[in-house]
Write a protein that binds this ligand. Structure first.
Ligand code: SF4
Length: 279
């Protein structure tokens, strides 16, 4: 069985040192304070999934492409197409800000947390000098890409955290963020060893005011000795409960014989009712 406990990165309520939290942990807290607590206080992480290397390749190539225009301080053709009067921003810390383990960082005095997050890109408005947070995304869907949909809420939170981080570092940041979206085409005749993409730029009006409040709730949760309650509906919890039930039944009764009647998998409502006794 895999070891999900990683004690290196857990929060110690007695420590005077600042605790580093990535923007993805803020997202985890927003999604489920209980999962956040299990991870950062008890060292029990959700299982990792293999990374999406094709998406990473698209990110990498887009970065390289925008860097060519950054070096010349000129607008990328996409900016012109979408009427964005800006150029890719140049700053000595740009590479650090884009690196996953460093990112843009800010020590939040009120909570003692050090927040960090790696941006994909930053553009600078030619007239106002304001900075735009830019995130590269890739997908493959039929039709136009939009920012609608349940799980794109996380993308919006992501750019809002970057806006908050840059503002906390003293930069003048626009509320507008841009998503550069690469949409893999499925309507071409054949693969021929290459993927073709349609690329669009989607503006998003961010509001990062929620971040401060969320950090305060996060530190309160981390300092507490009480594990937060699970929300009423959670597909991960339902899975864990169903798996735990099956394991406990096997332990109590011994492994079932091949011919024995198959165990019935509990339905959604049944699992949630038993949550308190199992976790
Ligand atoms: S409710 Fe879901 S997300 Fe929260 S702790 Fe349980 S499994 Fe994790």
């Amino acid at each position: 069985m895999g070891d999900f406990r990683r004690f290196k990165r857990t929060f110690d309520p007695n420590s005077k040192d600042s605790f580093r939290v990535s923007r993805s942990k803020i997202d985890l807290f927003t999604e489920c304070p209980r999962c956040f607590y299990l991870d950062l206080r008890l060292g029990i992480k959700r299982p990792d999934f293999p990374s999406f290397t094709l998406n990473s390749a698209v990110d990498h190539l887009l970065k390289k492409e925008f860097d060519i225009y950054r070096a010349d301080s000129t607008a990328h053709p996409l900016m012109k197409t979408y009427g964005i009067d800006a150029i890719p921003y140049t700053h000595p810390d740009m590479e650090k800000w884009r690196h996953n383990f460093t990112g843009v960082e800010h020590f939040h005095k009120k909570t003692g947390l050090t927040v960090f997050g790696a941006v994909d890109d930053i553009w600078k408005d030619n007239k106002t000098g304001q900075l735009y947070v830019v995130d590269y995304k890739s997908t493959s869907i039929n039709g136009d890409v939009t920012l609608d949909g349940e799980w794109k809420v996380a993308y919006k939170r992501q750019v809002e955290i970057y806006q908050w981080l840059l503002r906390s570092n003293g930069f003048d940041v626009s509320d507008i963020a841009y998503f550069v979206y690469a949409n893999g085409r499925k309507d071409v005749k054949a693969f021929d060893g290459k993927l073709e993409f349609n690329i669009c730029v989607l503006p998003y009006h961010g509001d990062s005011r929620w971040v401060d409040q969320t950090l305060e709730e996060m530190i309160k949760t981390l300092r507490s000795d009480v594990i937060p309650k699970a929300p009423a509906v959670c597909k991960y919890c339902d899975y864990r409960l169903a798996a735990a039930k099956a394991s406990m039944a096997e332990k109590a009764n011994g492994p079932k014989k091949e011919s024995a009647k198959k165990s019935r998998i509990p339905r959604d409502g049944e699992i949630s009712k038993d949550a308190k006794t199992l976790f």
